[in-house]
Design a protein around this ligand. Sequence first.
Ligand SMILES: [Zn+2]
Length: 501
Amino acid sequence: MTTHPRVSALSGQRIIRRMHMHRALIIEAMKRNDVARAAGAALVFLAAAAVPVPGAWAAAPKVAAKTTTKATSAPSILKVAPVVYRERRLANGLQVITVENRSSPTVSVQVWYHVGSRDDPTGRSGFAHLFEHMMFKSTVNLRAEQFDRLTEDVGGANNAFTTEDVTAYEDVVPSNHLETLLWAEAERLMNLKVDEGNFKSERAVVEEEYRQRVLASPYGRLFNAFSSASYLEHPYKRPTIGRIEDLEAAALSDVVAFHARHYRPDNATLVVAGDFDPKQLDAWIDKYFGPLPKPAAPLPRFDASEPAWPTDRTAQVTGPQVPLPAVAMTWLAPPVTSADGPALQIAAAVLAAGESSRLNQSLVYRQRVATQAGFNADLRVGPGLLIAYAIAAGGKSPADVSAALLAEVTRLATTPPSAAELAKVKTQLVTQAFMSRQTPLGLASAIAEAAVLESDAARVNTDLDDLQRVSAADVQRVMRRYVLGARKVTIDYRQDEVAKK
Ligand SMILES: [Zn+2]
């Protein structure tokens, strides 16, 4: 998942602030910065983000560890009250999901467009991301950046992110500002000014973001290479953040066409969670979103696949400032809706969530071959990636790190996780998911992820149970299938020899 803050070209401060508040970006920032102490938390967060889980506990959670002495007994399931939501579709095709929760006088309004970097036109990588920025520019009735005034100036917040599969806009406001936000989201869907001025200014911002996040960061090139070095054919191969040469080659007509093609009510999901009166909310949604016309052109269909990888491959990537060499390995993962998804999330957490995770204990503490190591189950709508990576310790060669990393990852296929390991990571994942949905923002995000990424809002009420039911045998089975029995790509990352001089 690659996500980016929307920033003003003029304000460096703002870049930092948005990076810190950006939910999905935190994941990416962790991946890119590779802060050893935070890597585990990032992975928990990643897993929680990819597997939406139910909203509120029916009762205080039981201590899972108590049940782990008998490894053969059925796993205990923390019983969770379901998220009660209403779902409907307007005549123009807009999907609407609402969750009433009066625990605080705030409300989150989110619009998830079913367009991501997978939909970028050929030779125009970065278009979906560019629109994430464009949507904060002027509309017929809003000045540029007025979204900040409508949210931040009343004590709320707004943000946006782009992934391979979606572009999402998230607002939180005191609930007496709900009507204004609904109007404003409808306004920027229909009346955005896609003109030369807005296009060029935001293109410059995106290019600068690329320089900062990919080129200036010591390991930015490595993380940017995960997808591009791995996929053979799937459009996931393209970097979500974009390429400068593609952005430079774009003309305004390309941008206008992309907007018309993807920004339409029947290609979006509106989620409202928090403090509202249901009848009043329905009336406002009908009033502001109802009149938006459904375009006559058919909805673009996304259809792509990735062939099975015929052989193991390697890729060499270098950077001008690489303090310590690093290695990454990727394997193809099944779609996020796969029945194997939960076991892969658990496997990733056993390997890499927190100080006591296997990779950290083995590679960093015992063998001292790496300064940090991680494993992500990056599950997407289409074929995702399992990604193992490690940064060498001083004096250790990439070959040392690579061998140790592969040995520890494959050990999970041959040595089952202990009952204690399973209980620990389930508690981590469930706690993280539960905490994130204590706010209208987290609640809305969880149900949007289920509705849009998993194509079924109801999964918000089953995914956490699925995660908790994963057994040690399930973990071994998926590691055998997707890692031991599959082809991999190894990315070797080190200092550019020319730059070293
Ligand atoms: Zn961005």
